[in-house]
Design a protein around this ligand. Structure first.
Ligand code: GCU
Length: 401
């Protein structure tokens, strides 16, 4: 996090590059390779997915939906002064309890579309409403790693719940630490504990978090208030890396949003701009599978780059968002990756990302792929939500899409 803060200044942290002139010449693998028609894409997609699964995120175990058990933390209660309803189901899966917080518009006749997004420190940080249960698990950056009333509503600024509800969507959130606490303990806690220490090609924490989002979607498929065919998965930063992998590994997510996801998310690794593969694998050794460490300081040897992760979302709508001050996450690398996925979107008959030039700050471009670079730093703001809502309104509004 200190590093992320340092990026607000112009200077790169020592040993890292923020100078476009020093970016190595790019030789990106072609996501289409030799295919020229849409019907050949599924096989090529499987090839790319398997490569990313084996070399980067790690394979997650299969899960049988019928094993999902649900209890409720509390009775439903009115939310946002009666405009919405709060419900708090707990999913019991593979030794974990995933506590969902679902806020849905009160004035809905039919099942509503939804945004699903993890939070970093507990559901009670998302909004000050006292009915939201406080997480009992390990949380970062608080005394004794124990959550308390003191953090209630602390990250409210990042969640424009009023706008989400006003536009007719539900918000589904959960604390990512319910699935796997975000520190390296050699995979003894969280969902990994139930399956044993991963082999070098098996799931790290990001794949585990993505797997948890799929379990939430399993649950939503049986919830009559939510239209599970119209769920947008969104995530910020490490949780943006997660939303991308969730969207890639589970095609039931109808729309995918990466907010400032950076290295290991939407940013091209081969540019070595800002955070590098070596750096992310040493600061966060648990995020990716062990095979990914083979590319430390060897980005040129990667048989893929992040444009291919983005291409796995095609032809579903995809939003990649950067922030001007978030150089650690390489905004240009995020734009170029979105552009690199464009040929796949076009082959599949969509408009892709309709610009060749990186858009100016605060000038979004929305095609089937959307991109913006917002003024300001590494964060999620009402501006970002405004764009995601406009994009979702275009692509998710009609039932069944
Ligand atoms: C660090 C890390 C990034 C990550 C970010 C976050 O800055 O280097 O890769 O995206 O934390 O999740 O906030």
């Amino acid at each position: 996090m200190l590093i992320a803060m340092a990026t607000a200044s112009n200077a790169a942290p020592k040993g890292f590059n923020y100078d476009e002139a020093k970016v190595p010449e790019l030789d990106l693998p072609d996501p289409l390779k030799d295919i020229t028609d849409a019907k050949s894409w599924p096989a090529r997609r499987t090839e790319i997915f398997t490569m990313l699964e084996d070399q980067m995120f790690g394979k997650a175990p299969a899960f049988e939906k019928k094993k999902l058990r649900v209890t409720h933390q509390a009775a439903d209660s009115p939310f946002l002064g009666g405009k919405a309803i709060l419900s708090q189901p707990t999913l019991h899966v593979a030794g974990c309890k995933i506590h969902l917080m679902i806020v849905r518009p009160v004035a809905a006749d039919d099942a509503v579309p939804a945004f699903i997004a993890y939070n970093f420190r507990g559901n009670h940080t998302v909004h000050p409403d006292p009915a939201i249960a406080i997480t009992g698990g390990w949380v970062p950056k608080v005394k004794n790693n124990k959550a308390s009333e003191a953090q209630r509503g602390q990250s409210e600024k990042r969640w424009d719940i009023s706008a989400i509800i006003k536009n007719g969507y539900a918000l589904v959130t959960a604390y990512c630490g319910d699935v796997d606490p975000d520190f390296h303990d050699n995979f003894k806690n969280g969902v990994h504990a139930n399956y044993g220490k991963p082999t070098p090609g098996e799931w790290g924490t990001i794949a585990a978090w993505a797997w948890g989002l799929s379990r939430a979607l399993d649950y939503l498929e049986g919830n009559p208030a939510i239209d599970a065919t119209r769920v947008a998965v969104m995530g910020h930063s490490r949780l943006g890396k997660t939303s991308l992998w969730a969207g890639a590994s589970d095609t039931r997510f109808a729309l995918v949003i990466s907010n400032n996801s950076g290295c290991g998310g939407a940013a091209l690794s081969k540019r070595r701009f800002g955070e590098t593969v070596q750096r992310i694998n040493s600061s966060f050794p648990h995020w990716f599978c062990d095979n990914f460490k083979n590319y430390n300081n060897k980005e040129d040897k990667l048989p893929f780059d992040q444009h291919m992760l983005l291409a796995l979302v095609a032809p579903r709508p995809l939003y990649v968002a950067s922030a001007e001050g978030d150089r650690w996450a390489d905004p240009r690398g995020e734009f170029l990756a979105a552009k690199g996925a464009d040929p796949v979107y076009r082959l599949l008959g969509t408009a892709g990302l309709p610009t060749d030039k990186m858009p100016a700050v605060d000038t979004p471009v929305h095609g089937r792929i959307a991109y913006h670079i917002r003024s300001g730093g590494h964060d999620v703001t009402p501006y970002d939500w405004g764009q995601y809502l406009a994009f979702a309104n275009k692509h998710l509004k009609a039932p069944g899409r």
